[in-house]
Design a protein around this ligand. Structure first.
Ligand code: MIC
Ligand code: SF4
Length: 707
């Protein structure tokens, strides 16, 4: 009897593994080993798409080989100068030529539109944007990656990843009025933080799941990106079936869930006991089977736990305080903070349900005169619905400014807050300076908290406002039918018409450079030494500079510009001078280097400037893959203490790179200071081959030629 039970449990699978198994091309499903999966769908957005399609052209792929590829325009819609429109026309024409759908500017944010119109249970999706996991709300495996990986997938190539461990998040009960899905994911962030979750998938289960509509699930899977996990997923249940039916896509439904007896992985994290006291408290409170090891010499203990269990009924409104999405506080604890700006939108919280909820609170009231309120509906479908049912008037009437259905302020395009003021947003990232204002103070909250704050002019717990003003909470039902009109989605013409399509190539679009092999011996200077949690926004700023994405030589001038001293040569100038002198550029960084976006420009631009090696305490998954794809050697300190011994300007060298990249660890000489330290080479066998070939583009070409 016992052995029968053991067998059932050992055969029982998580939903994640069921989908991975169906798409497995190489490897076996053993956590931590490299696997390759077949990709059914891809998405690209304009800020990463011009490079992705440029690389697809460089690979000489005439036609996409996926079941569906969609090219969205949602990031750069402002059109100051010809750059953005040049990109849009290039993307529209190349999509038509290679057989991809094209979602026109104004149609909405890629993740919101993809969930509405294309996401389907059981499929795989690879997207050149880190929030691609949003589509996990529809029961699919949706992963963010660099544009080059997406280009390979469009060309029919497999996607390689570390077979993940699966973190089980059990949701129990039902959210109380005015508490929202955003509060669930903020709670998860307070437990898992933004660090140490690489190569994990978050899988939601439990009776609480059925109480969450699809967009609420999308908020959780979307902001799962901030955990640094590979993706997040919900089971495909009745709620998804009804959503797909309302979207006129019931034929795409397939019920999917983890097996009843499936178990999730035990997670172990090294945590500094004092510095992470709050996180450890949360782990103790919300996780099962917690074990805390003895703290070592540096105060770090191994903390391990089973599932995360969240009782939805006990959650309360939360916020991510400046300037990290895991800096979680109770809204009640920061209530009263004076606010000058509130923005509702982004791919995290801009759905029909989100905006209907806001409209019901705003109706007949007045936005506080000290606050500017901006509202960006996530898609044209949402905008159309709230326009037709009158909710838009309830939002505009009280004094909201309506923004285009696009990323906008989320990526620093417009609405940069005034100096020293607080901005409250329903977005997913509040990295320092991302809003476009240096020293910004951005809080991330749910739409309910945002709207309460907009009315009072200070951070407000929506439950408190509701009680004070006797506002009734109205649950927002799923509409019976969403408007299907895909007027702004252009399907590709039949393949036999592709020859006649001329690709539009504006003068501002420069062919992306490809990688070069590492020299036999790398010698170079540390061009910059940066600390922990350096995001891709620090490396390649977005906002007003987004329009340079299709012009690497221009964009590269701004690499690390936030760290430039006005009296000294810029990072780019120093790097180019070293490159001209035949020296390799080296970046030294702390933990979680490259967190945040999937933008491969954070590797592509440094590569253009001659950077060949990054040595960090830790490198985030997508960025590590991007570095390898562009032939930059990513290394991590074997002893993080060595980080302290290195200074900017030090000359470092690695002998015999060919042998070094095959090794598990390698020696790096600090020539200036006269000592040697060891680094871990955490590369998969395939990544070693990519580096040896001089980057993924060269590798893919050599594979295509039988090499
Ligand atoms: C972001 O949210 O940081 C972005 C802008 O959407 C990026 C993509 C990019 O930099 O183009 C992301 O999340 O991957
Ligand atoms: Fe756009 Fe912001 Fe979402 Fe990135 S996080 S896709 S910038 S809305």
């Amino acid at each position: 009897m016992l052995s029968d039970l053991t067998e059932v449990i050992s055969m029982a699978q998580t939903l994640t593994y069921k989908i991975l198994k169906q798409h497995l091309i190489e490897g076996d499903l053993t956590a931590g080993t490299e696997i390759a999966i077949r990709i059914d769908q891809t998405l690209t957005q304009d800020a990463t798409g011009t490079t992705a399609f440029g690389l697809l052209e460089a690979m000489e792929v005439p036609r996409v080989k996926t079941q569906l590829s969609v090219s969205y325009v949602d990031h750069n819609t402002a059109q100051f100068g010809p750059e953005n429109h040049n990109d849009h026309l290039y993307l529209q024409s190349i999509a038509a030529k290679v057989g991809a759908y094209f979602s026109r500017p104004g149609n909405g944010i890629c993740h919101q539109v993809h969930l509405e119109r294309f996401a389907a249970p059981g499929k795989t999706l690879l997207g050149s944007d880190s929030h691609t996991p949003t589509a996990g709300a529809a029961g699919m495996i949706a992963i963010g990656a660099g544009g080059l990986d997406v280009a390979v997938a469009m060309g029919g190539g497999a996607f390689y990843l570390n077979c993940p461990r699966v973190i089980g998040v059990e949701l129990r009960g039902k959210l109380a009025p005015w508490v929202a899905a955003k509060d669930i994911i903020l709670r998860v962030l307070s437990i898992l933080t933004t660090r140490g979750n690489v190569a994990c998938v978050v899988e939601y289960f439990g009776d609480g799941v059925a109480t969450l509509p699809v967009p609420a699930r999308g908020t959780c899977t979307n902001m799962g990106a901030e955990l640094g996990v590979t993706t997040s997923i919900f089971p495909a249940d009745k709620v998804i079936a009804q959503f797909l039916q309302a979207q006129g896509r019931d034929d795409q439904f397939a019920p999917l869930a983890a097996d009843e007896a499936a178990t999730y992985d035990r997670i172990t994290k090294p945590l500094h006991v004092e510095r992470n006291a709050a996180t450890i408290e949360n782990i103790k409170r919300y996780c099962t089977d917690v074990e805390i090891g003895r703290a070592g010499r540096h105060g770090v203990a191994q903390v391990s736990f089973g599932n995360i269990v969240i009782d939805l009924g006990e959650l309360e409104p939360l916020a991510a305080a400046p300037s990290s999405p895991d800096n979680i506080v109770r809204v009640a604890d920061i209530a009263g903070t004076k606010v000058r700006q509130v923005i509702i939108g982004s791919c995290t919280n801009s759905s029909y349900q989100d905006l209907m909820g806001c409209a019901s609170v705003l109706a007949g009231r007045r936005v506080h005169p000290d606050v500017e309120l901006g509202v960006a509906p996530g898609s044209r479908q949402v905008l159309k619905m709230i326009a037709e049912n009158g909710a838009l008037a309830k939002i505009v009437g009280p004094g909201a400014r309506i923004l285009e259905s696009a990323c906008g302020p989320c990526i620093g395009v417009g609405f940069s807050p005034a100096d020293g003021t607080v901005s409250v947003r329903t977005f997913n990232r509040n990295f320092a300076g991302r809003s476009g204002t240096g020293g910004d103070q951005v809080y991330l909250v749910s739409p309910a908290t945002a709207v309460a704050t907009a009315l009072t002019g200070e951070i407000t717990d929506p439950r408190e406002l509701a009680e004070r003003e006797d506002i009734h909470y109205l649950p927002i039902d799923l509409p019976k039918n969403f408007p299907r009109g895909d007027e702004m989605i252009v399907p590709p013409p039949p393949p036999d018409r592709a020859d006649r399509i001329e690709v539009f190539r504006g003068t501002t679009i420069i062919k992306p450079p490809s990688g070069e092999k590492l020299p036999a011996k790398v010698t170079g200077r540390v061009l910059i030494k940066v600390g922990d949690k350096i995001t891709t926004d620090h490396i390649t700023p977005a906002g007003a500079l987004l329009k340079l994405r299709s012009n690497v030589p221009q964009y590269a001038r701004y690499v690390f510009s936030r760290f430039n001293d006005p009296d000294e040569p810029t990072f780019a100038q120093r790097a180019l001078a070293a490159k001209e002198g035949g020296d390799a550029g080296i970046i030294v960084a702390g933990d979680s280097y490259g967190q945040g976006s999937s933008r491969e420009h954070a590797a592509l631009c440094p590569m253009y400037l001659g950077v060949r090696v990054v040595i960090a305490k830790g490198i985030e998954r997508i960025h590590q893959a991007n570095l390898v794809n562009f032939a930059i050697l990513p290394l991590t300190f074997a002893d993080p203490g060595d980080y302290e011994q290195i200074e900017a300007g030090d000359e470092l060298s690695i002998d015999d790179t060919a042998t070094a990249i095959e090794a598990v660890t390698l020696a790096v000489k600090n020539v200036t200071k006269g000592f040697e330290f060891r680094c871990d080479v955490g590369l998969s066998a395939r990544q070693r081959r990519i580096l040896a070939a001089g980057g993924l583009l060269n590798y893919t070409r050599s594979q295509a030629n039988g090499g």
